[in-house]
Ligand binder design. Structure first.
Ligand code: AMP
Length: 416
């Protein structure tokens, strides 16, 4: 079942969204991107004449009530975004009456799901090493089923539009789906778009396909690099990873970020790329700083010869040319992770060249997906988010999907 094919008229829909929005000290929302992201789904349901029960988590209350993470703080913002009043259920496991009395067009927002340990389904207050842990886990899984069943009892239809948590098998993201038949559970528009975007880069690949992986460490990206190795034509590895590769090849990397226990892994990646005919593009020069700060003195040097007391903080001019050349002419592009410490204005040049080349290729017909935490902040910083094909909202979920893992939130609905 797809959300477009379903008529919600006279139905109650329980929708899992990701309203885990950042709040300031006074409880004001500082970035409402996630609320805006869910609006097409929520409006479709209301527009059809359905009633809405919205559920989400916020932060990490670890199974306990925490007023600072109450979703009551965002009730008015949700009401404003939807243009209708929003009722609030302060106890998400005791909202039967509130849900039962909802009329078509009405909206009920449930309190933070993670105030209940059943949401995540992990036993609390007991160590994994404890002999009683397995029994506690089993008991919690049973309680998770009951909790999911209670949530499911509020509605006729279940919609999951929370891509950010799709990689978790939680009560509201996956277990709840067991209590609806295939015709009464579906992905929301945002989830559909995310899943389609991932399919574009893992299944419907137009060539050449260029993946740009940056960020700080090889260790956090290795699963993705390995999954992409069989698929890409060009693989750009940039950011802090550069120095692990340089060190592995005998370079002096000064004080640059470098994973000494990953040197063999770096050489192995280089070999695999060669064996598979993948054009591996690594940095050759860098902008080094004498301090990890925006005000650091800088010099351009070879990544193989960075003086002591200096660290590589951005891609150098030769490297930027190599990156732009590899990206130019690509028809599928994935970008995850910046090419330097882009948070410091003086070390944004590498990431900016990548962003601009991705935009240029997109204008010439490439499908470009930017995702995974910092790369999104990066394109936002350059004001280029609207000029790439798709900016993913899901950090961990996107990365797991690209690693080729099945997302429990998607599988629970699609029955895979
Ligand atoms: P990740 O979360 O692994 O994608 O890493 C993103 C972070 O990597 C950003 O905060 C960047 O500042 C950081 N980063 C990128 N290049 C470097 C570098 N050369 N040295 C230190 N940190 C870097």
């Amino acid at each position: 079942m797809t959300i477009d094919n379903f008529n919600f008229n006279g139905k109650k829909a329980i929708v899992r969204v990701d309203f885990n929005v950042p709040l300031d000290d006074n409880g004001n929302i500082t970035d409402d991107t996630r609320i805006r992201g869910a609006l097409p789904t929520l409006k479709k349901i209301l527009g059809d004449g359905g009633a809405l029960i919205i559920m989400s988590h916020m932060g990490k209350p670890k199974g306990k009530v925490n007023a600072k993470l109450s979703l009551s703080q965002i009730k008015e913002a949700v009401a404003k975004a939807l243009g209708v009043d929003v009722k609030f259920a302060p106890d998400c496991a005791a909202a039967s009456d509130a849900a039962a009395s909802l009329k078509p067009g009405e909206v009920l927002l449930l309190e933070n799901l993670r105030f209940y340990p059943e949401e995540e389904g992990k036993p609390v207050g007991i160590d994994k090493e404890d002999p009683a842990y397995d029994a506690a886990k089993k008991e919690m899984k049973e309680r998770q089923k009951e909790f999911s069943k209670t949530l499911a009892s509020y509605a006729d239809v279940y919609v999951n539009d929370a891509f950010g948590t799709a990689h978790r098998r939680h009560a509201s993201t996956a277990v709840i789906a067991d209590y609806f038949d295939a015709d009464h559970k579906m992905l929301g528009y945002l989830m559909e778009k995310e899943v389609k975007a991932v399919d574009n880069i893992l299944k419907d690949i137009k060539r050449p396909f260029t993946a740009i992986m940056g960020g700080s460490k090889v260790s956090t990206k290795i699963g993705i690099i390995e999954n992409l190795m069989d698929k890409v034509d060009n693989l750009i590895l940039c950011g802090g990873m550069t120095y692990t590769f340089a060190k592995a090849q005998g370079g002096n990397v000064g004080g640059s970020i470098c994973e000494l226990d990953k040197l063999d892994l770096a050489l192995d990646i280089m070999k695999k790329a060669k064996d598979r005919g993948v054009n591996l593009v690594l940095g050759v020069d860098c902008v080094a700083g004498d301090d990890f700060s925006n005000e650091a003195n800088t010099q351009v040097c070879s990544v193989m010869d960075i003086p002591e007391g200096w660290e590589g903080l951005d891609a150098g001019p030769e490297t930027r040319k190599l990156f732009a050349n590899a990206i130019r002419g690509s028809k599928t592009i994935l970008w995850n992770g910046p090419a330097g410490v882009f948070e410091f204005d003086n070390f944004t040049a590498g990431s900016r060249v990548i962003a601009e080349a991705v935009v240029e290729a997109t204008k010439e017909g490439a499908f470009s997906l930017v995702g995974g935490g910092d790369s999104v902040a990066c394109v936002n910083k350059f004001g280029l988010a609207d000029e790439v094909s798709y900016v993913s909202t899901g950090g961990g979920a996107l990365l797991e999907a690209i690693e080729g893992k099945v997302l429990p939130g998607v599988a629970a609905i699609e029955g895979k």
